[in-house]
Ligand binder design. Sequence first.
Ligand SMILES: [Zn+2]
Length: 200
Amino acid sequence: MTSNCYVVYDEDTLRCLVIDPASEKSLREIEYIEKNGLTLDYILLTHEHTDHTWGVNALLGKYPSSKVICSELCKEALPREAKAYFQFYYDDPDYIYNVERVDVTTEELNWHMEWVGHSIKFIATPGHSPGSVCIAIDTMVFGGDTLMPFKPFIKKRNGGSVEQFQESVKQMVEAFPADTIVYPGHGESGQMKDYNNNIK
Ligand SMILES: [Zn+2]
């Protein structure tokens, strides 16, 4: 998939998180984890679209003790997305991809967790999809398809809403310092102030 996947690790403990793994076999992610001697604790999903989830099962197969976290609405929507994208990216028209399991929802965490001395905050940002969240880890923000260098495609059929999307972007831009580095779901990273454009 052409989306961005991020491996975030703590330099002291070498524990890591993977955000939005989306290549079927997660080969590059696994190689990176192994090469750097990292231990995978969590797989975080910014939203339910398969171009952000396709690699989850491969990572779970390799690291069965890691846990998958996403929002309640993302968890609910994952089965609905099982066929999306594959008509374009896969040879077999009957191919279905179901994320094997979600272990914890952001609601169950009350939208916040501490992880090896780091603060992880989940912010509900519906619009691109109902289950979309942005993830703030210390001073970094992972924007999923809510904060990107360009406006994402918004599919109304599966619960997307342009108005909600604009509201979510506005909420993020107002909540974080303008020079916050944002790591988007697609494209190059930028600063929070650059994402103002998406509101218009
Ligand atoms: Zn998406």
